[in-house]
Design a protein around this ligand. Structure first.
Ligand SMILES: *Cc1c(COP(=O)(O)O)cnc(C)c1O
Length: 377
C-alpha cells in the first residue's frame, strides 16, 4: 500500500480499488436537471447496481437531486424501500408474473406495461392500492413495447382501471446516440396518435437528454438518464463535441491500481499468454494488479490507454485473469508502487471502452465484486 493511493482497502492489501466521487455524481445529476423542460422530472436510472456504482450509496447521493429512480430488479426496489427511499421508483422491465405485480403494488412501485396481455393481468389483480403505469409503446426499437396501432386504445383502457392511478406514455429511443436521432420515432408516435402529447410522457435517455432541446415534445415530461449520471458519454470518446468532458460530465468511478513488478525485456521478447505482443526494441514493461477477473475487458487492444504516474501509455500483451501489462519504457519514474489509473480521473472510461470494442456502460457494470470500493469527497 503506497502513500499516494491511501484508499486501497482490500484486506490483503492488493493494490486495486474502485473509488467513487460523490461530488461528481451530484454534479452530473444537476446537469441532467438543467437539461429538462419546465415542469419536467428526472428519474435517475440505477438499475444494474447503479451501473456498478452501488445501488444504495448512489441512491442516497442522488436523493434530492432527482425526482425518483428507475430500476428493473425487484430486489433492488425492495432494498430501496427497506432503506426508507419513498421516492417514485419505475420498474423498467415491468412485472413478469401476477405475483410480481402484487409485490410492485405492495412496495408502491410504478410499472411499465409493454405487452397487451399485461393489461389483462392488471384487470384481474386485486391490489392493495392502485399503481402508476408507464405504457411502453414500440416506436421502432423493436425490443419492448405494444404496437403503435394499439397505443391509444391501451391507454384509454388503462385509464379506466381502478388498479391504475396514473398513466404515462413511454417510448425508448434506438438511435439517440447516432445520426439517425430520435425524431423518426416521435413522428411515428404522433402519426399513429396525433393527440398523444396531451398525455404525460416519458421519452429521453441520456443521449436524447444531452442532445436536447429542453422541450417536452422531444424529451417527454419524465426523462430517464442513466450513463450520464455516472459521467460517461453515450457517444463514447470518438465523437467530436460529445465526449464526457465536452458534455460537462465528471467521471464518478476511478479504477486504480499500482505497478507490482517491472520487467526489462530485449527486442524479440514476447509478453504474456500467447505472446500476442513482441517487443521491437528493448522495453520496460509494467505489471499492474488488475485483470479480467476484476472487470477489465480481456479483449482490450494494444491501443488501450492506461495512466502510469499520470503519464499516458498503452496496454501490452493479453490481459490475464489477475494482471495486465503496459509499456513504461518512456516513463522514467515508473517503478513498483507507481500509481496506475485504469479508467476514471484523467482517463475517460469511454476511451478505454472504445479501444476494447465496447462502451463505458459495460466496463462499469462488469466491475467485479472482488474489487474493493470506496466513496470519496
Ligand atoms: C437503461 C435505460 C435507460 C437509461 O439509458 P442511458 O443510455 O444509460 O441513459 C433509460 N430508459 C430505459 C427504458 C432503460 O432501460
Amino acid at each position: 500500500m503506497s502513500e499516494n493511493t491511501p484508499f486501497f482497502i482490500g484486506d490483503q492489501g492488493r493494490p486495486l480499488a474502485a473509488s467513487f466521487s460523490r461530488s461528481a455524481l451530484v454534479h452530473n445529476a444537476r446537469r441532467a436537471k438543467q437539461l429538462i423542460p419546465p415542469g419536467g422530472q428526472v428519474l435517475g436510472v440505477i438499475k444494474a447496481d447503479a451501473y456498478g456504482h452501488g445501488l444504495l450509496d448512489s441512491a442516497a447521493i442522488l436523493r434530492g437531486q432527482v425526482d425518483g429512480f428507475a430500476v428493473l430488479e425487484l430486489g433492488a426496489a425492495r432494498q430501496l424501500r427497506q432503506q426508507g427511499f419513498d421516492e417514485p421508483i419505475l420498474m423498467l422491465e415491468g412485472f413478469h408474473s401476477p405475483a410480481e405485480l402484487n409485490a410492485f403494488a405492495a412496495l408502491s412501485l410504478s410499472t411499465i406495461i409493454h405487452r397487451l396481455d399485461q393489461i389483462d393481468t392488471l384487470v384481474q389483480a386485486n391490489l392493495p392500492s392502485p399503481l402508476p403505469v408507464f405504457l411502453k409503446v414500440n416506436t421502432g426499437m423493436n425490443r419492448l413495447g405494444i404496437p403503435l396501432s394499439e397505443a391509444r386504445s391501451a391507454y384509454e383502457r388503462l385509464r379506466a382501471l381502478s388498479q391504475v392511478s396514473a398513466v404515462t406514455v413511454m417510448t425508448h429511443f434506438a438511435d439517440a446516440d447516432n445520426a439517425r436521432g430520435t425524431a423518426w420515432q416521435l413522428e411515428r408516435l404522433q402519426n399513429a396518435w396525433p393527440e398523444v402529447m396531451v398525455c404525460r410522457t416519458s421519452f429521453a435517455n441520456s443521449a436524447a437528454l444531452l442532445n436536447g432541446p429542453a422541450d417536452r415534445h422531444v424529451l417527454g415530461d419524465v426523462v430517464r438518464p442513466g450513463i450520464m449520471l455516472y459521467g460517461a458519454s453515450p457517444w463514447g470518446s470518438a465523437v467530436a463535441g460529445k465526449t464526457a468532458v465536452d458534455l460537462g460530465l465528471q467521471p464518478v468511478m476511478t479504477l486504480q491500481s499500482e505497478l507490482i513488478a517491472i520487467q526489462d525485456i530485449q527486442a524479440g521478447e514476447r509478453v504474456g499468454y500467447g505472446g500476442i505482443f513482441t517487443a521491437d526494441r528493448p522495453m520496460r514493461i509494467g505489471v499492474v494488479a488488475c485483470g479480467y477477473a476484476d472487470g477489465y475487458p480481456r479483449h482490450a487492444t494494444h491501443q488501450t490507454p492506461i495512466l502510469v504516474d499520470g503519464q499516458r501509455t498503452t496496454l501490452t500483451g493479453r490481459v490475464s485473469m489477475d494482471r495486465l501489462c503496459c509499456d513504461v519504457t518512456h516513463i522514467p519514474t515508473a517503478s513498483v508502487g507507481s500509481e496506475v489509473i485504469l479508467w476514471g480521473n484523467g482517463l475517460p472510461a469511454d476511451a478505454v471502452a472504445d479501444s476494447a470494442g465496447t462502451i463505458a456502460y459495460e466496463l462499469f457494470c462488469a466491475l467485479a465484486p472482488r474489487v474493493p470500493r470506496v466513496w470519496l469527497d
